[in-house]
Design a protein around this ligand. Sequence first.
Ligand SMILES: Nc1ncnc2c1ncn2[C@@H]1O[C@H](COP(=O)(O)O)[C@@H](O)[C@H]1O
Length: 203
Amino acid sequence: MSKIRSVCVYCGAAPGDDSIYLNSAIALGQMLARENIRLIYGGGGVGLMGATARACAEGGGMVTGIIPDFLVGKEQAFEHAHELIVTRDMHERKRLMFERADAFIALPGGVGTLEELVEQLTWVQLNRHRKPVMVLNIANFWKPLLTLLDHMQTSGFVNVARPVRLIVANDVNAVLPKLHAAVSGIADGHLHGEAEEQVLDRM
Ligand SMILES: Nc1ncnc2c1ncn2[C@@H]1O[C@H](COP(=O)(O)O)[C@@H](O)[C@H]1O
């Protein structure tokens, strides 16, 4: 993989308590549209999920929503998605989101977002794939997780031979340069450059 054509965005089904979260979700959706990168996401029309998808679609970008049938009503499936895939269950949803994405970005969110993010981190750690996994660390939202990852390492539960490869972007402008640095490193067979610094910073 040498080019990012699609990005899976994990994010809250709620908007959060600060407009900076919603504005960042909108800015991310607009950036994906501008850069002609397809948005892969959970298919909902609510919260940060809906804001990202609407901004991407309104900016002329391509949106694929993947939602399990039991959430279609509850999370108000986004009817303006170019492709809306209704799955039988969460497992099928997550598998399809994984297969269709070249990279993963977690915006602020709740335990659903956290679970999806951590699943990708474990798959990279176990060498199941090498797609970049990033947090968009708006207003330092992910700082407690970064602190926990550091704590896991200093406590001897994360082996340096099996690092947690998490890329951190502090604003939307940093997203694409860091993802491109990560994929070019992977294409070379190793991580290097800005992405590696972030990985090492976190280890
Ligand atoms: N356990 C879960 N695995 C994957 N996705 C989940 C899970 N629980 C909820 N979700 C979905 O994630 C998004 C965002 O949830 P937040 O809790 O608001 O972060 C939502 O679509 C949930 O259906």
